[in-house]
Design a binder for this molecule. Structure first.
Ligand SMILES: [Zn+2]
Length: 259
């Protein structure tokens, strides 16, 4: 059995002055043997891709984060997203917390990402914050279920989780689920069918307990896995096996390592 970190930002960890080879070594020591390196802007994409190209256990995504001020066209997403190391489109979505004013541009850009994901048949990595209703509505309107995807770093309630499940989307938990006051997220993590669950670090952000407040890294996805396994009364091995299977079921273009 091994774990997958379904969402990390290795380029940011490197830019923060970390030795990436040590980070990858520590991940392996904790049985974290596959990583999805997630892109947040076109400006960062070359570095995100370069890291993935150097390792067969790392793949990349392509997308512009909702809070980034950057224009991106459908054509550009298709052109760059064709690369075989790119297995997902995102992170994209809506964030009404950090962006304010008329956010039509954010919704339009989200729709472009969905169109590209459908054309490329690469699943979506969706970020949503204080925008659940519009996020679900746009996913429905644009028939995002034909590409599939994941609601990453899930921080919504069970009602929103059910709507995402109805669209065939997966739900991914970050270290936030381990926080003491995260009772709503813990409720979702205990009720969610295991077949629809992924786990992630979102590193360098959001380190789980016992590393809360410190820089996060892929190795720590194990803490999140252990926490959810305990919450559900199952073994770490079972949780690891299911979430890893789910990852490769969703992201069909990721090559599963033989370990
Ligand atoms: Zn992220």
């Amino acid at each position: 059995m091994f774990l997958v970190d379904s969402h990390c930002h290795l380029d940011m960890l490197e830019a923060n002055g970390n030795d990436l080879s040590q980070i990858l070594l520590r991940a392996k020591e904790q049985d974290v043997k596959y990583l999805l390196n997630v892109c947040v802007s076109l400006a960062d994409f070359p570095r995100v891709l370069t890291i993935a190209e150097k390792h067969d256990f790392i793949s990349a995504s392509l997308g512009v984060h909702p809070n980034e001020q950057e224009n991106v066209s459908y054509e550009t997403l298709i052109d760059l997203g064709k690369h075989p190391k790119v297995i997902a489109i995102g992170e994209t979505g809506l964030d009404y917390f950090r962006s304010t004013g008329n956010l039509t541009w954010q919704r339009d850009r989200f729709r472009e990402h969905i169109h590209a994901a459908i054309t490329l048949q690469k699943p979506l990595i969706v970020h949503t914050r204080e925008a659940q209703a519009d996020t679900i509505q746009i996913l429905k309107e644009e028939q995002a279920q034909t590409a599939g995807g994941v609601m990453h770093c899930f921080t919504e309630n069970w009602e929103v989780a059910k709507k995402a499940l109805d669209l065939g989307f997966y739900i991914s938990f970050s270290g936030i689920v381990t926080f003491k006051n995260a009772t709503t997220i813990q409720e979702v993590a205990s009720k969610l069918p295991l077949e629809s669950m992924l786990i992630e670090t979102d590193s360098p952000y959001l380190a789980p307990i016992p590393h809360r407040g410190k820089p996060n890294e892929p190795a720590y996805v194990k803490h999140t896995a252990e926490f959810i396994a305990a919450l559900r009364g199952i073994s770490l091995a079972e949780l690891a096996e299911k979430t890893t299977d789910n990852f490769f079921t969703l992201f069909k273009k990721a090559a599963r390592p033989h370990v």
